[in-house]
Design a protein around this ligand. Structure first.
Ligand code: NAD
Length: 466
């Protein structure tokens, strides 16, 4: 079936009212749960094939998180879709009003390769919970996983309302020319801008889940061994290819060197002396990304690139880059000019928290910012004087795991948010409804020709606002 027909069919399905009943939404969420249960091993194998990602990581950080989202949304559908009554202003009385969340229509979900199961299915859960039809376009850079999703989704779920279109740039470009009621895109900012421009032509609302450099600040009050473990976990999971991974560390001079040593020993504990043979360590997605990352590593002729404290080994045939810690990196090093999105962790020094805040605020708004300190004043400083999609004290990645927290970026790291109720709302239109009896016709006080009463009514708020 071609793209035009696929999208037209989804619009027909939505117009028929198929997806509105809560019973349909619940059935589809159950069907997705069964699909995941029956195909968990196959999905883990597909992601391993595409990314070299350890099966345990796919289980914990992808499949489980989708199941959690279903488990959270399904029992709350009735609550989320209930009318919410609001009080009308005195002048409008007698009258009633309420809001009600209605499905937007047909949603396009464009997902990336780095968490190909999670980032395809979690937005779908929110869209289905909202009562939308969904067209999923998974990433061509995770081909086995995309093909598997394209096969099993129609086997388990209602193919009249849920479709998968496989393909790369030409297919996505063709999709973006079709009408949608919402576009949910996860990926890099360059393509985010293309998606937003295409959406603007049809005034389609968008959610952009983008990336960028997520900084970490560490000072002398932090518990350094635990800080190092958490930073190493967040940075090197999925071989560093996580949108909210700690991208670089700003440490005060009194802790920078000890912290770097502790991160290096955490790496040895996590992945052994030879991470290439560890079953817990992943690979880089493809040669293009491998070459980009390899070019960021220090060499003898560029002192601003810093020193390799640990790691630095690469194997192009195996798409392997060792978990690498860089010290003495300067802000103008190539590794500091773009999101790293790989297993390299530069550690820079800053005088204090204020300098770290100034450093962060000079750069694009991050998707996440992590602060390791025991100082309440420092925590307050970061909370009040920086902006980021999320702020984590002593906790990288943690916000990603909760259905009760909105997940999204700000500025260059994205717009809109999802997960749990926020995700349901992202795919819904919250409609305002008002109702006023025709008798008594109190509204006639506001009708022209304007009397003295209208003038008095307009002035009353002025008197009380003095
Ligand atoms: P990608 O290359 O898989 O692209 C994402 C999607 O965009 C794919 O489906 C692809 O087909 C489509 N696409 C690519 N080029 C296009 C074009 N010219 N026109 C239309 N569509 C096009 O993934 P990626 O962008 O390399 O993903 C990595 C980036 O995504 C990183 O920056 C990362 O931080 C970010 N990311 C963000 C989140 C988040 O939740 N905020 C999650 C994961 C990844």
């Amino acid at each position: 079936m071609d793209i035009e027909e696929t999208v037209a069919n989804l619009h027909r399905a939505f117009a028929s009212g198929l997806t509105r009943p809560l019973a349909w939404r619940e059935q589809q969420l159950d069907a997705m749960r069964r699909m995941l249960a029956d195909n968990a091993q196959a999905l883990e194998a597909a992601v391993l094939h595409d990314l070299g990602k350890p099966a345990a990581e796919t289980g914990l950080m992808e499949i489980k998180l989708v199941l959690d989202e279903i488990k959270f949304a399904k029992p709350r559908l009735r609550l989320w879709t209930r009318r919410r009554h609001k009080v009308m202003p005195l002048l409008m009385q007698p009258a009633t009003s309420w809001t009600v969340a209605e499905p937007k229509g047909v949603a396009l979900v464009i997902s990336p390769w780095n968490y190909p199961v999670l980032l395809s299915l979690q937005p779908m859960v929110d869209a289905i919970a909202a009562g939308d039809c969904v067209c999923l376009k998974p990433s061509e850079l995770a081909p086995e996983t995309s093909a598997l999703l394209a096969r099993v989704i129609p086997e388990y779920m209602d193919h009249r309302a849920i479709a998968v279109v496989q393909g790369a740039v030409p297919e996505t470009t063709a999709l973006l020319k079709r009408p949608f009621d919402h576009i949910f895109y996860t990926g890099n900012g360059r393509v985010g801008s293309i998606v937003m421009q295409a959406a603007a032509r049809q005034l389609t609302p968008v959610t952009l889940e983008l990336g960028g450099k997520s900084p970490v600040f560490v000072d002398a009050s932090a518990d350094l061994p635990r800080t190092a473990n958490r930073i190493a976990w967040g940075r090197f999971i999925n071989a560093g290819q996580t949108c909210v991974a700690p991208d670089y560390v700003l440490a005060t001079p009194d802790v920078a060197s000890e912290l770097a040593d502790l991160v290096a020993s955490a790496i040895r504990r996590f992945f052994g002396d030879d991470p290439a043979s560890s079953t817990s360590y992943g690979r880089i997605v493809n040669v293009k990304q491998f070459d980009r990352l390899s070019a960021l590593l220090p060499d003898a002729s560029h002192s601003e690139r810093g020193h390799v404290l640990c790691g630095g080994q690469t194997d192009r045939d195996d798409l392997y880059i060792a978990p690498t810690v860089l010290t003495d990196v300067l802000p103008d090093a190539p590794v500091m000019q773009e999101e790293i999105f790989g297993p390299i962790l530069p550690i820079l020094t800053v005088r204090d928290a204020r300098e770290a805040v100034a450093f962060i605020n000079k750069r694009p708004k991050p998707l996440a910012l992590y602060v390791f300190t025991r100082s309440k004043a420092t925590r307050r400083l970061f909370e009040r004087h920086t902006t980021s999609g999320a702020l984590g004290f002593n906790l990288p990645l943690g916000h990603l795991l909760s259905n009760r927290l909105p997940f999204g970026g700000v500025g260059a790291s994205g717009m809109g948010a999802y997960h749990g109720h926020r995700g349901f709302l992202e795919f819904s239109h919250v409609k305002t409804v008002t109702s006023k009896p025709l008798r008594p016709d109190t509204l006639r006080l506001a009708y022209p020709p304007y009397s003295g009463t209208v003038r008095i009514l307009g002035r009353v708020p002025l008197r009380y606002s003095r």
